[in-house]
Design a binder for this molecule. Structure first.
Ligand SMILES: O=C(CO)[C@@H](O)[C@H](O)COP(=O)(O)O
Ligand SMILES: [Co+2]
Length: 218
């Protein structure tokens, strides 16, 4: 079992009028990655931002961009997000009819390959692809918005993912996304999570950088 514990703050909750300032704050903080949420208004009922904002993030960030694609037909855009500076590309299982091929294309682009599963999708759906993955993202809210309530069934899914990874000797990291805060961060790491995404809990804190440290050492 890996002891890796990383924090990936989501810029969805940043101040877009001061994005450079907020990214520079993340550069100075204990954040490990910077989470970039791409929403298309089709896979999820919200539109966030696209390439220009991802490119601004890349221009100012000194940390790897952890790009989460909540879009239909992600294959159409993998290369462009890789060229925009993504270090990791995570697609939603539910958006990928040919997931094995999609994962191979991500790897060929030089990015870390991640697959996200929605709250209704069991971890067992990853059984025949887990050895190909660098990262499994367990959604702990329904995707589409920041600031939602954490779904408690996530702990069981972290345990399921950890069991599957160990059974198949996979090197995949387990990432959790949605409603992560000081009430659940420590329990998630103890349950076997490796990477915690945090949007509103970081950016609404009086000291975002202190909150990142608190989450990391929870
Ligand atoms: O992918 C998503 C939402 O769909 C996330 O990455 C959110 O940006 C997390 O925000 P909080 O729940 O932490 O506020
Ligand atoms: Co996300």
């Amino acid at each position: 079992m890996t002891n890796t514990r990383l924090i990936s703050p989501s810029i969805l909750s940043a101040d877009f009028g001061n994005l450079q300032r907020d990214i520079e704050m993340l550069n100075q903080s204990e954040a490990d990655w910077i989470h970039v949420d791409i929403m298309d208004g089709q896979f999820v009922p919200n539109i966030s931002f696209g390439f220009p904002v991802a490119e601004v993030a890349k221009k100012h960030a000194t940390k790897p961009l952890d790009v989460h694609l909540m879009i239909v037909e992600p294959d159409r855009y993998l290369k462009r997000f890789a060229d925009a500076g993504a270090s990791g590309l995570t697609v939603q299982l539910e958006a990928c009819p040919n997931l094995h091929r999609t994962v191979q294309v991500i790897k060929e682009s030089g990015c870390r390959a991640g697959v996200a599963i929605n709250p209704h999708s069991p971890v067992s759906l990853l059984e025949d692809i887990i050895t190909e993955l660098d990262l499994v993202l367990v959604m702990s809210v329904n995707p589409g918005f920041g600031g939602q309530k954490f779904i408690e069934n996530t702990y069981k899914k972290v345990a399921d993912a950890r069991n599957l990874i160990e059974k198949r000797n996979s090197k995949a990291l387990i990432e959790i996304d949605g409603g992560v805060d000081m009430n659940n961060a420590g329990k998630l790491f103890s349950a076997g999570a490796n990477v915690l995404v945090a949007g509103s809990s970081v950016f609404a804190a009086s000291s975002p950088s202190q909150m990142i440290s608190s989450l990391k050492h929870a």
